[in-house]
Design a protein around this ligand. Structure first.
Ligand SMILES: [Zn+2]
Length: 546
């Protein structure tokens, strides 16, 4: 219910006004303090559980110097925020924003897809993808000029690939030591934690014990475990078995664990959100720090390979896959398992092909198969094959991206209402979640369907997220904190992207300051690249590290 606690707002405003009178009379001789910006008279949600209140936010340099009662400051720039919501810049803990942030084009690096949603900080290296060379990567990003702050994970995929390649086997003792050293390196260089994507090969080849061994290196350095879990559906150990594995990893490694894009994926597990919540609540009661994020869409984004192929078929990488596809008996086995994976995901009509720039872009797998007069499995294999062959030629591959309509509304709603849930976009190409997650959640789930209220929406996008990742002086509007400050119009803030047009910029952000600099003005990115790489200070346990 947006703006429901109106009476509270008014009470708080009167209290604030009283406080202002006191402070003015107490310092009558003192001149107004000079600052750079005053955001005046907005309804302030400061990122905490506290009630909103009407007041001012003052910014000097890259810091917030005042949040609360009006008066006491002068500034060359005054933002009239009457009728607007003033909040911390949003924090998106699970993104694939790399494509923008690493672009050779400085206009693209501004990261407008996120800025236009009010997001000032994005996390990268998720799903196990983050490089262990965190410091060098962060320095390069920041020096290139980026529009949002970035937070980095060290990822399990490069760690395992550098030591074991694509192989489906366990590491020996020396190999495990090398993997552990890479995780330690990433943590010592400023990563926020270890990310994994145990659903994806070759990470899927790791046992729980192997994951615990490497995760401990992050644990002893204050990091958290952030995971695209092994099974969100009924592929291998099942959703509930997979949730339990994550909890066990947290317990055994002695660290907080966080579920990325938590969901019940596919017809076999629809309705299991309640059981997932019960398992998480039980673990939390037992002292395991468990949290999660979620995006407000009923379709997930993935690719045909990961969604439809059995994992054994990709053991050894692309070349090995092509060999198996060329063997008639093995192909039959692969097609049999693909039939089951298609059923689990609701059939080929529920898979929308979204990689941009291909002849099949925007069609469902069912439509493409009909056009090619092929069984949908063979149509999928044709697309997968061209991607593998392109990669083998040194091209980037691709074309296999899908939006997979596989979630039940009731599960999404129930998960959203949990006190340990935060918002993340999982933004990646072709899916509207990249350009529209935060306003989509606000419009559909706060305003229209009232699944959560406005205060919860903001809390899930700011302070709670900052707490989970222990971000230093971010996620709250407080004096002394970094000036990532969002002003949005509660009537106009809205998504424009959808599944058909996924790259439409969102609207309704009146102002967004990133580190005190104006990054969005009147709904448009200013071109200012004020983002920083937010590296953790060097943790204990890094003495042996260079
Ligand atoms: Zn993921």
């Amino acid at each position: 219910m947006p703006l429901a606690p109106l009476r509270l707002v008014r009470t708080m405003a009167m209290l604030s006004a009283g406080a202002a009178l006191l402070s003015v009379s107490g310092a009558a001789a003192k001149a107004d303090e000079a600052v750079d910006v005053i955001i005046r008279g907005g309804t302030i949600y400061d990122g905490s559980e506290g009630a909103p209140f009407v007041g001012d936010v003052a910014i000097r340099g890259d810091r917030i110097v005042h949040v609360g009662a009006p008066g006491g400051f002068t500034a060359p720039r005054i933002v009239d925020a009457k009728g607007m919501i003033v909040a911390p810049g949003f924090v998106d803990p699970h993104t694939h924003a790399d494509g923008f942030l690493r672009s050779p084009d400085k206009v693209v690096r501004v990261n407008a897809a996120w800025l236009n949603q009010g997001v000032s900080t994005v996390m990268i290296g998720v799903d196990g993808s983050g490089t262990p060379d965190v410091a060098a990567d962060a320095a390069k990003l920041e020096a290139s000029g980026i529009g949002t702050n970035v937070v980095s994970f060290v990822g399990f995929a490069p760690v395992r690939q550098r030591v074991l390649g694509q192989d489906a086997r366990a590491p020996d003792a020396a190999e495990l030591d090398r993997m552990k050293a890479l995780v330690a390196k990433g943590m010592c260089e400023g990563a926020v934690g270890l990310s994994t994507g145990l659903f994806y090969a070759p990470q899927s080849f790791a046992t729980t014990g192997e994951v615990v061994a490497v995760a401990r290196e992050a644990a002893i350095r204050g990091g958290l475990y952030d995971t695209h879990q092994r099974d969100e559906s009924s592929y291998s150990i099942g959703l509930l078995g997979s949730v339990q594995e994550v909890i066990d990893i947290g317990r055994q490694a002695g660290m907080p664990v966080h579920f990325a894009h938590l969901k019940a994926l596919g017809v076999d597990v629809h309705g299991q959100a309640g059981a997932v919540i019960a398992a998480i609540e039980k673990a939390r009661a037992e002292g395991v720090d468990v949290t999660a994020d979620q995006y407000p869409w009923l379709a997930s984004g993935s690719n045909l390979d990961a969604s439809l192929l059995p994992r054994w078929a990709v053991d050894g990488g692309g070349k090995a896959l092509l060999k198996r596809l060329d063997d008639a008996a093995t192909l039959t086995k692969i097609r049999d398992e693909m039939a089951e994976n298609l059923r689990r995901r609701g059939g080929s009509g529920a898979l929308l092909l979204i990689s941009e720039g291909y002849p099949w872009t925007g069609q469902t797998l069912e439509q493409v198969a009909a056009e090619w007069k092929l069984d949908s499995r063979d149509a999928a294999l044709r697309i997968i094959r061209q991607s593998v062959e392109a990669k083998a030629r040194g091209a980037s591959g691709g074309g296999t991206g899908i939006a997979s309509f596989n979630m039940a509304q009731a599960d999404v709603d129930l998960l959203m209402q949990q006190p340990w849930m935060v918002t993340a976009s999982d933004g990646s190409d072709g899916h509207p979640r990249m350009f529209a997650t935060f306003p989509e959640k606000y419009v559909r789930y706060v305003r229209e369907r009232r699944v959560i209220d406005l205060g919860t929406f903001i809390r899930q996008s700011t302070g709670r997220t900052a707490d989970i990742y222990k971000l230093d002086r971010r996620g709250y509007l407080r004096a002394g904190y970094f000036a990532d400050v969002l002003v949005f119009d509660p009537e106009g803030y809205a998504p424009r992207a959808d599944y058909v047009r996924p790259r439409e910029l969102s609207v309704g952000v009146e102002k967004l300051f990133v580190n005190g600099r104006l990054a969005v003005d009147g709904g448009h990115a200013t071109g200012v690249a004020a983002g920083r790489a937010l590296l953790r200070p060097r943790p204990p346990g890094c003495d042996a590290q260079p």
